[in-house]
Design a protein around this ligand. Structure first.
Ligand code: URA
Length: 433
């Protein structure tokens, strides 16, 4: 087999076989295929696309390129969730104790934040003592005993995806649906998931800017899941504005606590309950999403949901007192109010700009090795549809940084206003299964 023949094949829109995909992917991972040939092939895929079978074979090759997590010592159907990335997205923190409460094992690997999006691992580390690294024995023991554990990524999972993603980043081939879908699904499958609920975000703060693209990405990932024997459901959710009101690490823990106590923002609560309900159904705890939803409502009202979060924190070495008293979580030294200089309705957001502003305040990283400030973040006081008078507080910036001018300018630019009240925002667009 010659790589150049395979590049030509894809260039003319023909289908690559499983053997050909393996040859390219595994060869590239070992360094036997040079970057220039892989780049040419990625561009051919970008323009010609891949069908269901090719995309599944590509995913499978990524999975086989490295280590895989063996969760066979954990009883039950292991259900994972994945978000395609957004601003203020604290859904994992909410659904983990909820889903675990109905007996479904949540054995999760999560990432750190980069750029405008946060990471679950960083948020959890804002809780005093919380250990994100567990031994395999501790991980299995926690999931078997309490049905939940979240750890940072470890091991050499999907090295082919890592190497190809870095190449896509510099060759203009990131925004290809088969490449995004296989990249995401390979990581979930290598992490040992039996079933997967995907939160596909669409809007100004998301990878997918149009509903049509989000739908196509969702369909492609669900098809990969069924092709590779993993029950998969995708929930397409709105990311035209940050989820909830809080952005930043400790801030987001505080907001997750409020949702689990029944005082959460409407958008955050609806998205979390929907994702948790689909996880419960895929895990076999309930036949219908409505039944699961009712169970979670009761769990929140009875106070058991917040108790389960405390248990989760405790079994990973964290201080549960911080859940009981969220005011003990890290607090910044400065709280800067950003006030409206006009009157009208908030009509839109550039959610990515809110994420970048939070990063500038210290809540996120520009580069992988940058330190973060758990106390830094943004509290949004106005969201789409809210009326604003001159001088009203739009948001509050929390920071320990000396310089805040650029962050303030950025967050101001994130708000759009109109004289007329905008249409109500939809939180969930569609379910793809
Ligand atoms: N997230 C991923 O993990 N991979 C992509 O290709 C895009 C987003």
């Amino acid at each position: 087999m010659r790589i150049v023949d395979l590049i030509n094949k894809k260039k003319y829109g023909e289908k690559l076989t499983k053997e050909e995909i393996d040859f390219i992917v595994l060869g590239y991972t070992k360094g036997e295929v040079p970057d220039y040939q892989m780049s040419a092939l990625l561009m051919a895929i970008y323009f010609q696309g891949m069908d269901k079978e090719e995309t599944s074979n590509l995913t499978d090759a990524f999975v086989r390129s490295g280590d895989t997590v063996d969760l066979s010592a954990i009883e039950g159907i292991k259900v994972d969730k994945h978000s395609t990335g957004g601003v203020g997205d604290k859904i994992s923190l909410i659904v983990t104790p909820l889903v675990a409460s109905c007996g479904i094992p949540v054995a999760k690997m999560s990432g750190r934040g980069l750029g405008h999006t946060g990471g679950t691992v960083d948020k959890l580390e804002s809780i005093e003592g919380f250990k994100i690294e567990l031994t395999s024995e501790e991980f299995v023991q926690n999931v078997n005993a309490h049905k939940m554990a979240i750890v940072g990524q470890s091991g050499d999972l999907t090295p082919a995806d890592k190497k190809i993603y870095a190449l896509r980043d510099v060759t203009g081939t990131i925004d290809s649906i088969p490449l995004i879908a296989s990249s995401i699904m390979s990581k979930k499958i290598a992490s040992g998931a039996d079933a997967i609920v995907l939160d596909v975000k669409v809007g100004s703060g998301a990878f997918m800017k149009s509903l049509e693209d989000a739908r196509m990405l969702a369909r492609t990932m669900v098809d990969i899941g069924s092709h590779l024997g993993r029950k998969t459901v995708a929930v397409i959710t709105n990311m035209d504005q940050p989820l909830g009101h809080e952005v930043g690490n400790a801030n987001e823990i505080r907001e997750a606590i409020e949702v689990l106590k029944g005082n959460g923002a409407e958008d955050e609560t609806e998205v979390a309950m929907t994702i948790a309900s689909y996880m419960a159904v895929l895990g076999g705890a309930y036949k219908t999403v409505d039944e699961a939803h009712t169970f979670f409502d009761k769990l929140i009202q009875s106070g058991e949901a917040i108790e389960k979060l405390k248990t989760f924190v405790e079994i990973q070495g964290g201080n549960p007192d911080m859940i009981e008293h969220p005011e003990k979580l890290p607090v910044a030294s400065k709280h800067i109010e950003v006030k409206a200089d006009l009157e009208g309705y908030v009509s839109g957001f550039d959610a990515e700009k809110v994420g970048i502003s939070a990063m500038m305040l210290g809540a996120g990283r520009q580069k992988k090795e940058d330190p973060i400030d758990y106390a830094a973040g943004i509290s949004l006081k106005k969201k789409i549809g809210d009326h604003v008078n001159l001088g009203d507080v739009l948001c509050v910036l929390h920071t320990n940084a000396a310089e805040t001018f650029e962050a303030e300018k950025m967050v101001r630019a994130a708000f759009a206003f109109s004289a007329k009240k905008p249409e109500p925002v939809k939180y969930i667009y569609e379910i793809v299964e």
